[in-house]
Write a protein that binds this ligand. Sequence first.
Ligand code: LLP
Length: 414
Amino acid sequence: MNHLMENHFLNRIDAEALLKEYGSPLYVYDEKTLRERIRDMVNLLPYPWFGVSCSIKANSNLHLLKIVREEGMDADAMSPGEIFLLEKAGFEPSQIFYVCNNVSAEEMQYALDRNILISVDSLSQLETLGRINPDGRVALRFNPGSGAGHHEKVVTAGKKTKFGIQEDLVEDAKAIAKKYGLRIVGINQHIGSLFLDGKPYLESVKALLRIAARFENLEFVDFGGGFGIPYRKFHGEQRLDLKALAEQLAPLLLEFREKYGSDLKFRIEPGRYPFAECGAILGTVHAVKTNYDTKYIGTDVGFNVLMRPILYDSYHEIVAIRGGRMVSDPDGEKVTIVGNICETGDILAKDRPMPELKEGDIIGVLDAGSYGYTMASNYNQRLRPAEVLLTQSGDIRLIRRRDTFEDLLAGYNF
Ligand code: LLP
């Protein structure tokens, strides 16, 4: 067993008892890991003008959001639903930033009614906002022309994505703002999701600062998220070197701040980083078979539970759980681990060396705390799993119950 895994929280729970009580599959989160990862981000730079907003599309469980708030993060929202949840978790309007994309005037109004600042990412949306909120405050999302990410579907800047305003439209944006008396108080970007090498991020920081220099009286510049975590833990994948990143980031920001000459704030917007490693999915093996040359391990962790592998070919380490301990075997037989959804693409892991697995065995899917439950669905009319939290005192707390059949009827009028 990889030594990094020795301390994993899955070794500190009774997986069998939990599945018995809350059903299989089950999302399990570890409070200690969550708080540690949040602190990595919050303490990235030790300046009062540096802030961190949590991007809650990665995980929007109310109980986890309360921990995020307690630890001193603000938050960004992508929809009125996310704003609604953030308010329920106790975030103040001034702590919420609505970074929207292609939304209706009504959705903008939802944020305005709550005094929440909106970032628009096209001249078209700037016009819409100007019409409904003349003389208001606004932020602009720019696309610095190059992006980064673990898959083409999550690269959110560059010449081939729908996001952001391109740099050569700065003057046009200013003209629209002027027409409506809008005050441009911030600019932001998000170049994409999951980098493990800080270089593209730093390049994008420089690009956004270049754009920032063309605006007067900005209150903040927000560089977005994308901070990666090592998913291939059993293959020695290195962590993102936050210390090195901070050492390169700090002088850029200090120098710019000095030149800019006002009380400018800087922000980042991580989503994956705080949550990914604090979450795992427990599942059960229900069938083992060989179809022609492939050995399939049939589990209840379908893509309704975890979409990342089918959407992005994402890799998650998978372990067997035996006698309360995680077990892996890099020299084990290679198997293909699949779910119970009626689609051929319902594959959790292909050709994966695993310890021998048989019906009734428990598996753990690691690093599933981000974009796991938030992207889960009722496809095939399956019930979304329960979520439990292993608290710092070692107790298990149910933080969202499993769906029920009645939930499947919730939207109907009889
Ligand atoms: N800010 C904005 C405006 C974003 O659109 C996103 C993510 C973030 C921040 C946070 O990015 P992060 O730090 O998590 O990389 N479902 C995909 C990831 C999609 C990310 C979308 N935007 C996945 O499972 O990999």
